[in-house]
Design a protein around this ligand. Structure first.
Ligand SMILES: C[S@@+](CC[C@H](N)C(=O)[O-])C[C@H]1O[C@@H](n2cnc3c(N)ncnc32)[C@H](O)[C@@H]1O
Length: 254
């Protein structure tokens, strides 16, 4: 019996050790899955990337609707969604404004692929275009759009100051930019956001810093909106009808 008792205690201890190992292994798996997922958000790639892009089409609906709510209701002739991901925002914009043209660009060819499928009808009608492109060098003429949207993407742009000027370049005078995101520095979700920022290599700005970046790039009438409860931020800026120096020249994109 003593031997059995000793064995049983040893077995219980081994089981406990295995359990602890199991839990820490599970935790490590969850962390590594989250890190992989967040990296995919930065630039979806491969099958997992396409699944993530489709998931974001659903997961980003609330912040997208909230961001779009901050735009005046006037109809748009040509709209560009930068970092279009799986293409849900493009599709929504097409329905909202009956726009003749809705374009999307994304750095990731897998995002662009999902977006093309999502907007197949629009593309077939000749009312849409999805291009694999970098916000740093948009493949569009000066003043081509009267609205540019950017949902959950500005954190990943390589050079925010330059890239905002590039967005300004493709906006027609009077056109608007709307940036929306689920992360800003100083929100009540700071601890979680820092984990996102580290895992995905995101830019982490206060609303004031985002506002300053828009103003610095040359946007006029920049308005900032913050939903403190949900930790969301939105910036809306306008391309002035006349540039600050009054010469009607488009700003240089250095
Ligand atoms: C978090 S996802 C958001 C996608 C989509 N806007 C949405 O709300 O579901 C970020 C997207 O921005 C794209 N992106 C990242 N850097 C970019 C860049 N430099 N130029 C264009 N797109 C970029 C990524 O490839 C990715 O599809």
């Amino acid at each position: 019996m003593v031997v059995f008792g000793a064995d049983s205690t040893r077995m219980q201890r081994s089981a406990q050790v295995l359990c602890v190992r199991d839990v820490s292994l599970q935790r490590r798996h969850i962390v590594s899955f989250m890190t992989r997922f967040l990296r995919q958000c930065r630039r979806p790639s491969g099958l997992f990337g396409r699944i993530v892009a489709r998931g974001m089409n659903v997961g980003h609906i609330p912040v997208t609707l909230w961001g779009l709510d901050h735009l005046p209701g006037d109809p748009h002739k040509a709209v560009l969604d930068v970092g279009c991901g799986g293409g849900a925002t493009m599709r929504r914009l097409a329905g909202y404004h009956a726009s003749p043209l809705v374009c999307g660009i994304d750095l990731s060819c897998d995002s662009a692929r999902v977006s093309r499928r999502r907007n197949a009808g629009l593309l077939e009608e000749g009312r849409g275009l999805v291009a694999r492109a970098n916000v740093t060098a948009l493949p569009f003429a000066d003043g081509a759009f009267d609205l540019v949207t950017a949902v959950e993407t500005h954190y990943f742009w390589p050079d925010l100051d330059h890239d905002l000027k590039e967005v300004l370049r493709v906006l027609a005078p009077g056109g608007r930019l709307m940036i929306a995101g689920e992360d800003y520095k100083g929100s009540k979700f700071e601890a979680r956001n820092i984990r996102w920022v580290k895992a995905a290599g995101m830019r982490h700005l206060t609303p004031e810093e985002l506002c300053q970046a828009c103003v610095g790039a040359g946007f006029a009438d920049v308005q900032m909106f913050v939903d403190e409860d949900r930790g969301w931020v939105c910036a809306v800026g306008t391309r002035a009808v006349q540039d600050a120096d009054g010469d009607g020249e488009r700003p240089a994109t250095s």
